[in-house]
Write a protein that binds this ligand. Structure first.
Ligand code: AMP
Length: 402
């Protein structure tokens, strides 16, 4: 096999790399994976990379945290092989944050190939992105609105696209991008490979697959079960009134240095951030009322450990990939169990252990049961644990915390 012949002679290294080599990836990619410390394919990678290399369309259900980005980035890099004059791969992503993360993965894995990536997203000036577009890029990662703008102004040429990826397709639909996506697809050659990744494969996704894909392989990877196993989860029964004090207490007791706090509304995000600041804890907030530039700056600072607490709403924090996040606190429980999984999946990443605390008010108890049903866990009574922090807090404040 071509790939195995290229592998280093060292036996240990061959063992480590062989699983990716067996999927059909060549030496330069294996070296980049090795450098990134990635040794074992994840379930979604195992299930899709070989198929994708054959050129067949793919419809995959996979969550962030499953390694889905590499699942499409690796075969794309393999197929494109070397730089050319026009872009040949296009990835459409729902948010600027996700687009930047996808770009980062491409850059990491394509470092030995000379392939160039550009990322196009709205909410920021055109100059930098257009300059990058002029430099014979091979891979475009984009949010639909800005890309369509660039195509209509003839800045971006999609006439040579061979591989199209719709990443987080359900989010692309939720955010109303379908009209733009249709226009974009009309500019791409019909003879192409289409890959679609989505957290859920519902009727909408299936109908798009029927319209735009040819006989796709369908892969359903239930990755979140695996990810959730590395996260210790605690549900704490609280009153609305006791949340702020408990939040503060947990952060202090557990000496949290990188914690993501979720609130259900923007107003509450600001509220919680302000209460933390009042107590002398450096906290920032991200939600849709904060400009994209500001959000990006905040995320970069958070990623670099500049402050310990980030308070966020679901939309702003979805898909965040910051491996150092050690704790997630659900100041409010999400209404939908799937959102709970997305939230706590921001911790316990890249093989690290994580911890998630969820504040549960009396009327939200049913949500805990729904969550546990989704995760296939034991009934609530069996898993509710008392944390030392909560017990101490209870004894001092006499508020009811379980
Ligand atoms: P994703 O699901 O694409 O958001 O990826 C989540 C994180 O897992 C990213 O930081 C990836 O670089 C990392 N990752 C991807 N594939 C693997 C793998 N096979 N082993 C360990 N980490 C991986």
């Amino acid at each position: 096999m071509r790939q195995l012949a290229c592998l280093p002679a060292n036996e240990k290294e061959i063992n480590i790399l062989s699983k990716f080599a067996e999927l059909g990836l060549s030496k330069s990619i294996l070296a980049a994976l090795d450098e990134a410390g990635i040794t074992e394919p994840t379930e979604i990678q195992q299930a899709t990379i070989e198929q994708t290399l054959t050129g067949r369309d793919l419809l995959a259900s996979a969550q962030t945290g499953s390694g889905k980005t590499a699942a499409f980035a690796l075969p794309i890099i393999e197929c494109l092989e070397e730089p050319a004059k026009k872009p040949r791969a296009l990835v459409l992503a729902p948010t600027r944050e996700l687009a930047l993360q996808v770009e980062e993965e491409f850059k990491r894995f394509a470092k030995n190939s000379g392939l160039k990536t550009v990322t196009l997203y709205g909410g920021t000036g055109y100059d930098k992105q257009l300059n990058a577009l002029r430099k014979n890029v091979d891979i475009i990662v984009a949010t639909p609105g800005r890309l369509l703008d660039c195509v209509e102004r003839k800045y971006a040429d999609l006439s040579a696209i061979e591989i199209l990826v719709l990443d987080e397709a359900d989010r692309l639909l939720d955010l109303g991008f379908m009209p733009q996506i249709r226009k974009i697809i009309s500019k791409i050659p019909k003879e192409r490979q289409t890959l679609m990744f989505s957290a859920t494969i519902d009727n909408r996704i299936q109908s798009i697959a029927r319209e735009y894909m040819i006989n796709p392989t369908v892969v359903k990877a239930n990755i979140d079960r695996i990810d959730v196993a590395s996260i210790e989860q605690r549900f704490m029964h609280v009153t609305e009134f006791s949340k702020d004090a408990l939040l503060l207490k947990l952060i202090e007791e557990y000496k949290m240095t990188s914690v993501l706090v979720f609130t259900r509304t923007k107003r509450k995000a600001t509220w919680a951030k302000d209460r933390l600041r009042d107590a002398g804890i450096i906290a920032e907030e991200i939600h849709s009322d904060i400009s994209q530039n500001q959000r990006e700056r905040t995320l970069l600072r958070y990623r670099n450990g500049a402050f310990p607490v980030l308070v966020a709403t679901d939309v702003a924090a979805r898909g965040l990939d910051i491996p150092t996040i050690s704790h997630v606190i659900n100041y409010d429980l999400p209404e939908v169990p799937e959102d709970y999984v997305h939230r706590i999946g921001r911790t316990g990443r890249a093989g690290r252990a994580g911890m998630a605390f969820s504040f549960v008010s009396e009327e939200q108890r049913f949500l805990v049961r729904d969550i546990q049903k989704l995760l296939g866990q034991q009934p609530e009574e069996d898993v509710v644990k008392k944390s030392a922090a909560a017990r101490r807090f209870k004894s001092r404040s006499r508020r009811r915390v379980m």
